[in-house]
Ligand binder design. Structure first.
Ligand code: UDP
Length: 238
């Protein structure tokens, strides 16, 4: 049972593949996986139902390989996310929290296939569910898979972990006066051209009124604070 101070009881956390690469810049750094797992487990301790979608950008992004057949390149990208999911699963289970990986492309020797009702049952039973292989479809991203899975499992919010601690009025690297936006509507975010999620993922959230919170997972207790409804990162909502 979630503690009373928790604002979101079931969430979908989207983690980019690069956060598993740590200082290596590519591939998987077990230390980075351990650090991510610690953040996730700390939040799970609040009694929140936690599902995770992992990206694959630390291995491969289909769209970057323009001389390849796009669908093939995207399938390679989706397989990359499975490696990340297994690394994260291993790191979380070392902290004694049960998990399941479900893949959108069947590979039963490695993980369960994605079955929505089963995923929800796992969440209810206190397992962290890691969704891998994106949406199973080329021409999509794991942001979109995150938005899709969030909707399917009835998540209260999509939590997007990024390298910056939220959306800014301007690029903080260029403009020192740029300030972090606490809260913004979908339409304002669109009008200001804020890159919160890719366009498909963003419109899925907007059309279905799914709140998005952009925040930096590496920050101490940031995920815990997001779940408690503290002003962390940027909230995009209606
Ligand atoms: N991908 C795909 N369909 C999906 C999700 C991902 O084809 O539903 C492929 C696509 O090539 C993408 C790659 O997998 O570039 C890795 O995912 P993404 O770029 O979203 O990873 P992230 O940037 O979050 O690490």
């Amino acid at each position: 049972m979630a503690t009373p101070s928790v604002k979101y009881r079931r969430v979908l956390l989207k983690i980019g593949g690069e956060s598993l690469a740590g200082s290596r810049g590519a591939g998987i750094d077990p230390d980075a996986a351990r650090a991510l797992a610690a953040r996730v487990v700390e939040a799970h301790g609040l009694g929140v139902e936690l599902a995770v979608v992992v990206g694959g950008g630390n291995f491969w992004r289909g769209g970057e390989h323009t001389d390849m057949n796009r669908a093939t390149a995207d399938y390679i990208g989706m397989l990359g996310t499975v490696m990340n999911a297994l690394a994260l699963q291993e790191a979380i289970e070392r902290l004694d929290v049960p998990t399941r990986v479900q893949t959108a492309i069947e590979m039963r020797a490695v993980a369960e296939p994605y079955i929505r009702r089963k995923a929800v049952a796992h969440l209810r039973d206190g397992r962290i569910v890691i969704f891998a292989a994106g949406s199973g479809n080329p021409y999509f991203t794991t942001d979109t898979a995150g938005a899709l899975r969030a909707m399917e499992i009835g998540a209260d919010a999509l939590l997007k972990a990024t390298k910056v601690d939220g959306a800014y009025t301007d690029d903080p690297m260029i403009d020192p006066n740029a300030t972090r936006i606490d809260r913004i509507t979908y339409l304002q975010a669109l009008n200001r051209g804020l890159k919160i999620l890719d366009a498909t993922a963003f419109s899925l959230c907007m059309d279905n009124n799914l709140p998005i919170i952009v925040f930096r997972l590496e920050d101490h207790e940031s995920l815990v604070r997001v779940l408690q409804g503290d002003r962390v990162g940027t909230l995009v909502a209606a």
